[in-house]
Design a protein. Structure first.
Length: 92
């Protein structure tokens, strides 16, 4: 995906990285160089702090081609559980 983003950026397409985890891989970092990255949103869940894709910031940026890596990223549990849980039922 990053290679495709670089190719499109080289052709003049407005490409922005919406979310990326490089897991310490130098090649992944290298492939992302030169592409704009939207800062992550920081959230607190119970006693922990997490970062996630800031969808509002991505949409406000109006990119022609937003890139998101990895494809398996999931929202924080409280966001998902809140939509699946019947009203009045406490979280598990």
């Amino acid at each position: 995906m990053l290679g495709e983003g670089q190719r499109r950026a080289g052709r003049g397409t407005d490409v922005v990285i919406a979310f990326m985890e490089d897991y310490g891989r130098p090649l992944t970092r290298q492939m992302a160089q030169g592409l704009e990255t939207v800062p992550r949103r920081t959230m607190r869940y119970r006693e922990a702090t997490f970062t996630e894709m800031d969808l509002d910031a991505v949409l406000a940026r109006h990119p022609t081609r937003p890139a998101r890596r990895p494809a398996h990223h999931r929202p924080l549990p409280h966001r998902q559980a809140a939509t699946l849980r019947p009203p009045g039922r406490p979280p598990a």
